[in-house]
Design a protein around this ligand. Structure first.
Ligand SMILES: Cc1cc2nc3c(=O)[nH]c(=O)nc-3n(C[C@H](O)[C@H](O)[C@H](O)COP(=O)(O)OP(=O)(O)OC[C@H]3O[C@@H](n4cnc5c(N)ncnc54)[C@H](O)[C@@H]3O)c2cc1C
Length: 387
């Protein structure tokens, strides 16, 4: 039996009723038209203030999220850590806000989470999204190299201030910080800023981590250029490596606006690109890797490379990451072999995490190919438990 086929380890933390709920949920979201219609109806119902939050909570929310507040998440974090040796990354998943008060609120949340990380071994990283700290449209304008108005410049300075603030505190408390990647048309502004942060704060080790989306065909070149600069200036590189979550949006926009798509030509090309990036990061010194993936082959590859390169399972510069509610067969089986594993544990008010939940439902339809695997594993485990 291959490591990830062990469903007993994978679902050890799930009670029978939790297992049944997961099975029911994945069966439901297997149906793509239903996910499309369900997402539209849910968005409408939330806007119309219909009382559907209870229903969302009982289904998708509780499966993919830790709760509404960070305190709600604590029992889940402790359970995963004490009983499965799996860590958590508390992910404040409120998206799509564009007011200064929300950005300052997000900053306060992240600072609070950094304090938790300092106190609790079970929460090894803090994480945030660039668009959580500032207006998406402003990142877009900076990415396009357009001149900012005086007011916009001040707004941008505030964004930079928020990034520096979390990094300073993260260094003081020795807590590494993951920064998510978003749509390509705003990402360069974030990348340039994060590069500056790595230069300032990653002198001794990787505290600041950027994210590479390997569905973008330009990311290997980007990584090599960054490596060159890191060598010249003497800083460490921290990288979360993912395939990328906005493929359809990226392709649609490129077609609509008539520029070449930034996405690899097919899935194979993305897979090759992903594997090349993790290999590059593992082979070079002064680099830390957080492999964020639900892909079994890539996860086996990272394990094989670690063995080959003499990197220990619990090396502090090598982490695996999955999302809460997905691919437990990878997370718990890796952790059972002593690898560092962390699950992103989203939290926030139900209506504010809807964009996140819809992305999860969409990537779990049968078309995206994940559900059949999750369902299959759940079926095997139900059978093993004789449910
Ligand atoms: C811990 C963690 C952190 C994450 N952080 C981020 C983040 O910061 N930013 C972000 O964008 N995403 C992030 N993600 C989401 C991640 O990008 C998706 O989970 C990922 O796309 C699913 O890919 P996979 O590696 O699990 O493997 P698979 O399921 O094998 O791959 C699916 C992915 O392959 C790519 N793909 C599929 N079909 C094609 C095609 N025809 N052509 C080209 N490429 C294709 C797409 O990216 C698709 O999502 C994160 C995921 C995890 C687990």
């Amino acid at each position: 039996m291959k490591l990830f086929d062990n469903t007993e380890v994978a679902f050890a933390l799930k009670t029978d009723s939790q297992l049944e709920r997961a099975y029911f949920l994945f069966k439901m979201i297997q149906n793509q038209p239903m996910v499309r219609i369900g997402s539209a109806v849910t968005n409408f119902a939330l806007k119309a203030h219909l009382p559907i939050e209870g229903l969302i909570r009982a289904t998708v929310f509780d499966h993919f999220c830790g709760g509404v507040t960070e305190d709600d998440c604590m029992p889940i974090i402790d359970n995963m850590h004490n009983n499965g040796n799996v860590h958590s990354v508390l992910d404040y998943s409120v998206e799509g806000k564009d007011q200064e008060i929300s950005f300052d609120g997000a900053l306060e949340k992240i600072l609070k989470i950094i304090n938790f990380c300092e106190e609790k071994k079970s929460i090894p990283f803090a994480v945030f999204k660039p668009s959580g700290f500032g207006r998406f449209a402003l990142y877009e304008k900076v990415t396009e190299g357009k001149t900012l108005t005086e007011i916009e410049q001040k707004e941008w300075n505030r964004i930079e201030g928020r990034f520096h603030k979390v990094c300073k505190v993260a260094v003081q408390k020795d807590v590494p910080l993951l920064i998510d990647a978003e749509e390509s048309w705003m990402q360069k502004a974030a990348d340039d800023l994060i590069e500056e942060l790595m230069e300032t704060y990653n002198k001794e080790k990787a505290i600041v981590f950027n994210t590479l989306q390997m569905y973008r065909h330009d990311r290997m070149d980007y990584l090599k250029e960054l490596h060159q600069k890191a060598q010249e200036k003497g800083f460490h590189i921290g990288m979360k490596v993912v395939r990328g979550a906005y493929m359809e949006k990226e392709r649609e926009r490129a077609e609509e606006k008539g520029y070449p798509s930034p996405i690899c030509k097919d899935k194979d090309a993305t897979d090759i690109n992903y594997d090349a990036a993790v290999k590059y990061l593992m082979e070079h010194p002064k680099m830390a890797l957080f492999a964020g993936t639900h892909n079994e082959e890539s996860s086996y590859l990272v394990m094989d490379l670690a063995k080959e390169l003499g990197i220990k399972e619990n090396d502090k510069n090598l982490w695996f990451g999955q999302l809460f509610g997905m691919s437990d067969h990878i997370s718990y089986n890796l952790a059972s072999k002593g690898y560092n594993v962390a699950k992103y544990l989203p939290f926030g008010p139900v209506r504010d995490v809807m964009p996140y939940l819809i992305r999860r439902a969409e990537e779990n339809t049968s078309v995206a190919g994940q559900t059949s695997r999750e369902l299959n594993l759940l079926k095997i485990e139900r059978k093993r438990r004789k449910l």
